[in-house]
Ligand binder design. Structure first.
Ligand SMILES: *Cc1c(COP(=O)(O)O)cnc(C)c1O
Length: 365
């Protein structure tokens, strides 16, 4: 199908994902592929190569693709990376951090949680003290952009402490990877997890883990489950030159490859980051102009998704606000913090400054 002939979506997704994607990404799915054929596996290899290149110029990293949503990849990483006698310290300041702890609990992985204030970054002093006093801790996990509040956690500072104490670092960068330049090797991140349908702007169906090759290579036989065995998945991809274990989401993979080509055409991570920052700037200035207040101070806020407090008017209803915006072509998202009433507006995906200006003009006041 000619992408230009495709009907427009009835609304833009201003959500944490899945996101609005381009017609060319969607139309890349209009072909069937054979999962063991070289034509198809070559796409997987090229995707893996490009993902590592986006994450770091270093050559000692590798990428593993995994079926399922992003959480499947976080679960695969936590339940494969930790050896039987390992212990995970989870730095949680929101729903996604707590989900990592829940994954550890269900997987029988020894763990401890620093469950902090959702409106503050993880406490570096507390992290340092825990790593100093508890030699049993082998791994630390943290969320980069805590999508529930929109907070960008200070990853480089956390990584510096974890590395100074010689521990392994797992990062859920689901909603940030592809939207902000970063260098895993420079920071010392051992595992980074993200998914197809966030800042790379693919469609949902798989996630990926970018890992230090030597660290992943040590995890053979550690996985607590068969299908989420990150090591086996990696070995199959390495040995089979892009081959997946089990049925792969072929159409989604092909669309993701198109999304990577479009990321490069946009000007790479720096250009995408600039667009997201500009979207975010217009969003926050526009909402503030209409009397809405962001949940977080600007210094803690990531440029991907923003939580806004409900207005003080007692007659204001989220459902009505949501419905009015949807009718005008914009879908937003409910809040996800426990003790404050918030709603969220994302500005990632195939969303451009003009779209955000149109949104602000459509906000019911
Ligand atoms: C989107 C997201 C996930 C994964 O969610 P899925 O619904 O499993 O794709 C995990 N962590 C963060 C921070 C996210 O934003």
């Amino acid at each position: 199908m000619d992408p230009a002939a495709m009907p427009d979506n009835p609304y833009l997704l201003l959500t944490p994902g899945p996101l609005s994607t381009t017609k060319t990404v969607k139309s890349a799915m209009l072909r069937d592929w054979c999962t063991w054929d070289d034509d198809y596996n070559a796409i997987g290899e090229e995707i893996r190569r490009r993902l590592v290149a986006l994450a770091t110029p270093a050559t000692d990293y590798t990428a593993v693709l995994m079926q399922g949503s992003g959480t499947f990849c976080v679960e695969a990483t936590v339940t494969t990376a930790l050896p039987p006698n390992g212990k995970l310290l989870v730095l949680a300041n929101g729903a996604y951090g707590r989900r990592i702890a829940e994954i550890a609990r269900r997987g029988g992985v020894a763990h401890e949680v620093h469950d902090g204030d959702d409106l503050a970054a993880p406490d570096p002093g507390r992290l340092e003290a825990a790593l100093q006093s508890d030699r049993a801790i082998t791994h630390v996990a943290v969320v980069h952009c805590e999508t529930s509040t929109g907070m960008l956690n200070p990853l480089a500072a956390i990584a510096r402490i974890v590395k100074a104490h010689g521990r392994c670092l797992i990062v859920d960068a689901m909603s940030s990877f592809g939207g902000v330049p970063m260098d895993l090797a420079e920071m010392g991140v051992d595992y980074l997890v993200s998914s197809a349908n966030k800042c790379i702007q693919g469609v949902p169906g798989f996630g990926f883990v970018i890992a230090r090759r030597a660290v992943l290579a040590e995890t053979r036989g550690q996985a607590r489950s068969l299908s989420l065995d990150l090591y086996d998945q990696w070995r199959t991809m390495e040995d089979g030159h892009g081959k997946w274990r089990f049925t792969s989401p072929t159409h989604v993979v092909r669309a993701f490859f198109q999304a990577l080509i479009e990321l490069e055409a946009e000007g790479g991570l720096a250009a995408r980051h600039r667009r997201y920052c500009e979207n975010h700037r217009i969003l926050v200035a526009g909402m503030q102009g209409l009397g809405f207040q962001p949940l977080l101070p600007a210094a803690l806020q990531a440029p991907f998704i923003t939580a806004f407090l409900y207005p003080s008017d007692p007659a204001w209803r989220f459902q009505r606000f949501y419905g009015d915006l949807k009718a005008k072509g914009f879908v937003i998202y409910p809040g996800k913090v426990t003790d404050r009433d918030t709603f969220r507006i994302g500005n990632i995906g195939d969303i451009h400054p003009g779209d955000v200006h149109r949104l602000i003009a459509a906000i019911p006041v």
